[in-house]
Design a protein around this ligand. Structure first.
Ligand code: NDP
Ligand code: OXD
Length: 312
């Protein structure tokens, strides 16, 4: 039986803690770091954020792929991704609380007019704006999975009127559920604040477009922390320019880092963050991956198996 060998590949993650994890928990496993792959025949498992197209397909003894992220679009974008191999993603792994913090921060930032008050402070202007009770503020959460359902729940607990949109209907206390293409227009029509936490799939690519912005009540806010590929940058700029959207807080962009020429950097109604809504903290991701790895090796089902037929 050939030795178990893990190939680690990421352009954003430090391999050191992962190497140490395997050395500690699975000293029997060899750990290699892309591009120092050695003999392709040796690789049995891949631990990946992003790897050049075609590499995974070139591994004849590959048994499974583990994503270093909750999303997997950056892996399956490879046209040669070996779709018959099991692919597992991070489920929560310490990211959920951060995603919820980010979404709530964006909602509250706009709801409490903090952008206006910051501008007023800069101008040394003392001026009160009327308050709006959260029950009069409707928030729509696109994507009601691990992150979206937590965001929706917490927003509802603050008294907002919350709706959620997902592929299949959901039952979350205090949250009105809309599902699929059929429920989409009604969901948008009541989303004064729209929070996007969808995965990027063939169905959701480019969803944040003029077609969508036109269906919102108008003059509201977008909080976008899903994936860059959801956003049509020219359309969000047009929506901000025309006041269809009053404010957009965005964490992910079609090109990352956001290019210096992007008008979003300096747009007065845009709030840009560099893909930091959730980042690995402590060793939650490491714990999940090693548990999943061990389960897989024992022939048990790991958590977070991706269903490639729906793309997430
Ligand atoms: P889940 O798979 O748990 O949830 C996905 C949700 O989206 C589900 O509710 C699903 O519906 C819904 N959905 C998928 N496709 C469609 C569709 N075509 N129409 C309507 N609803 C759809 O994912 P997570 O919550 O764990 O993660 C969501 C995304 O967050 C990740 O894929 C990633 O892109 C992003 N992310 C961003 C980070 C950041 O720092 N900005 C960090 C981590 C992740 P259903 O429930 O019916 O299956
Ligand atoms: C993820 C991310 O998918 O950090 O986990 O974006």
């Amino acid at each position: 039986m050939p030795k178990t060998t893990v190939l680690f590949a990421s352009n954003i993650d430090d391999p050191a803690p992962w190497k140490a994890l395997f050395a500690r928990e699975r000293p029997d496993v060899e750990f290699r770091i892309w591009p120092e792959m050695g003999d392709a025949n040796d690789i049995t498992h891949a631990l990946v954020w992003r790897i050049p197209n075609g590499v995974l397909k070139s591994l004849p003894n590959l048994r499974a792929v583990f994503s270093l992220g909750a999303g997997i679009d950056q892996i399956v974008v490879d046209p040669d991704f070996p779709r018959e191999k099991p692919l597992f993603r991070l489920v929560d792994a310490g990211l959920r609380e951060q995603m919820t913090e980010y979404a709530l921060y964006g909602v509250l930032h706009w709801h409490r007019r903090m952008r206006d008050y910051a501008a007023q402070q800069a101008a040394q202007q003392w001026k009160m704006h009327p308050a709006v009770h959260p029950s009069k503020r409707s928030v729509g959460v696109m994507g009601m999975g691990v992150f979206g359902s937590d965001i929706a729940c917490k927003l509802a607990s603050l008294g907002f009127e919350v709706s959620g949109w997902s592929r299949t209907p959901k039952s979350v206390d205090g949250v009105t559920s809309f599902a699929g293409e059929k429920g989409f227009s009604s969901f948008l029509a009541r989303s004064e604040i729209l929070v996007n936490v969808l995965p990027l799939t063939d169905e959701t690519r480019g969803i944040l477009s003029t077609r969508l912005f036109d269906q919102l009540p108008g003059g509201g806010a977008l909080v976008h922390l899903g994936r860059g590929g959801h956003l049509v940058e020219a359309d969000v700029i047009a929506a901000l320019d025309t006041g269809k959207l009053d404010f957009a807080m965005m964490d992910v962009f079609p090109t990352e880092p956001l290019p210096a020429v992007s008008p979003l950097w300096t747009h007065p109604r845009a709030f840009v963050t560099p893909h930091i809504a959730a980042q690995p903290v402590d060793d939650a991701a490491e714990k999940l991956v090693i548990e999943n790895f061990n389960r897989f090796e024992r022939g048990e089902e790991p958590v977070g198996r991706v269903d490639l037929s729906v793309g997430y």
